[in-house]
Write a protein that binds this ligand. Structure first.
Ligand SMILES: [Zn+2]
Length: 142
């Protein structure tokens, strides 16, 4: 198996850990790093797992859904109230869990599906690692 990794640095978005007993229950933002590891059995004609210059479909997805968004968990009891302020106050993106771990799992499923579709199944995502700052990160793989 061959792998390569692309990192999208400093993607600004906010989240709210509504069950947290500390300040993470308040809406707050990070400049997230999103690392995506791609894997294949056979490289393309260039010898690449993926062409790093032709991953615009991933950048476009990040820009559309996460850039300057507020990410909330589906189970957030304030979800309807928070969503009601969109789109004037913020761009909302809802996931099962907006923890670092939950985001890694969610983004794995999103990117794995997109990458398989764009490569006719030749390439899949090995893992997604997401960092909310220089100290804290989570990784999801299957
Ligand atoms: Zn946070």
């Amino acid at each position: 198996m061959l792998t390569c990794t692309k990192v999208y640095h400093d993607v600004p978005f906010a989240h709210r850990q509504h069950l947290h007993d500390g300040h993470c229950s308040f809406v707050h933002g990070h400049n997230w790093d999103i690392a995506i590891s791609f894997a294949c059995r056979e490289p393309d004609s260039n010898g690449f797992v993926v062409d790093f210059g032709k991953l615009g479909f991933i950048k476009d997805w990040i820009t559309e859904h996460l850039d300057h968004a507020c990410v909330f968990s589906e189970s957030d009891p304030l979800l309807n109230t928070l969503v009601s302020a969109a789109p004037e106050a913020w761009k909302v993106y809802t996931v099962r869990s907006c923890s670092c771990e939950g985001l890694a799992a969610h983004l794995f499923e999103v990117f794995d599906e997109i990458v398989r579709r764009h490569t006719d199944g030749r390439v899949w995502v090995e893992y997604v690692e997401i960092s909310e700052d220089k100290k804290n990160r989570a990784r999801f793989s299957k």
